[in-house]
Design a binder for this molecule. Structure first.
Ligand code: ZN
Length: 326
């Protein structure tokens, strides 16, 4: 604030005269708390029936974007959508949030974060796990929505050590079949090769331990996989039900909600089969809106859960309110 505006404000509040005769050095001494300069870990708990869920923030990737980011919309429309939602128009903040489901019998982790391997502003879910009081050794089951690095990298450290040493890993059979097929990797465009190689880095030496499910199957007590193909060939959502409550874990059915929930037809550069991804997106968002169902989105703003409302030709994410008690 400039002196001029401060003076104008003080004059307006009637404090101007007192301030004018009090030199700064004579002002009462105030406690000078040092600025932290750091964000706190992101942990948010809620319940679905008797299940306790813990959302774990992994960080945010500020991804530079250009006219190729949305494959089937004019760049001007994309930039307008960003500006209308108070986002920068040249980079998209893409947050990552993993989810722990405590069923009472099992501790289930859905997607594993980036393990600090994607962006300096995404340090991995370690600090959030620690803040939540969850020992990685206590995780019994890991469910994977798809094999993009931001979802599987948290399985291992950069050095190749398992982060959740006692967890059984479950992946969709078609997702495994696609990424672990050498012929497909060799036929893929050069730009796609790192993702194939990364899937091998994570899974090759533990292949025998990785359980493969057919989408549609129940994968843990009360957790059913839902085929949500398009973003990747075996991309899978998960429906969690306990008591009379349910939650749809969307994974990457939609990326940033202000772009792709609002405009479900828009195909992100990450969508392997753009048309199929848009079809799946509309189907699941429509189901969530019709059933007034709580959803969780891996790239939604923390705590990454809310409701889907129909708005015009698209939808809106209505974020949950912080619940002070469980
Ligand atoms: Zn993702």
């Amino acid at each position: 604030m400039t002196d001029v505006t401060r003076r104008a404000l003080l004059a307006g509040s009637g404090l101007g005269a007192a301030a004018a005769v009090l030199p700064l050095s004579a002002a009462p001494v105030m406690a000078a708390a040092p600025a932290s300069g750091q964000q706190a870990p992101g942990v948010y708990r809620y319940r679905i029936g008797s299940y306790e869920l813990t959302a774990l923030h992994d960080g945010t990737w500020f991804r530079p974007i250009d006219d190729k980011f949305v494959k089937n919309a004019p760049w001007a429309d994309v930039q307008k959508a960003l500006a209308d939602n108070f986002l920068p128009t040249d980079k998209l903040p893409i947050p990552f949030t993993a989810l722990i489901v405590n069923t009472g019998a099992k501790l289930v982790l859905i997607d594993t974060g980036t393990a600090g391997q994607l962006a300096p502003t995404a340090a991995g879910i370690g600090p959030s796990l620690a803040a939540a009081g969850v020992d990685p050794k206590a995780v019994d089951v890991i469910l994977i929505s798809h094999f993009h690095p931001d979802h599987i990298n948290g399985i291992k450290t950069k050095e190749g050590r398992k982060v959740f040493p006692n967890a059984e890993i479950h992946v969709a059979a078609p997702e495994w079949a696609f990424w672990m097929d050498d012929a497909r990797m060799n036929a893929a465009p050069e730009a796609a090769r790192p993702a194939f190689l990364n899937a091998r880095r994570i899974f090759s030496d533990i292949a025998k331990e990785v359980k493969r499910f057919e989408p549609g199957a129940e994968v843990a007590p009360g957790i059913t996989s839902v085929a949500a193909f398009g973003h990747t060939p075996g991309h899978t959502a998960f429906a969690i039900a306990s008591g009379n409550q349910s939650l749809l874990v969307l994974g990457d059915t939609t990326n940033h909600p202000w772009l792709f929930v609002r405009n479900p037809e828009w195909q992100a550069v990450f969508d392997a089969d753009g048309a199929m991804a848009a079809e799946t997106r509309k189907k699941l968002l429509d189901r969530a809106a019709a059933d007034r169902m709580l959803v969780q989105g891996y790239h939604f703003p923390f705590p990454a859960s809310g409701y889907i409302a129909r708005r015009g030709t698209g939808y809106d994410l209505v974020p949950v309110m912080w619940q002070p008690a469980l």
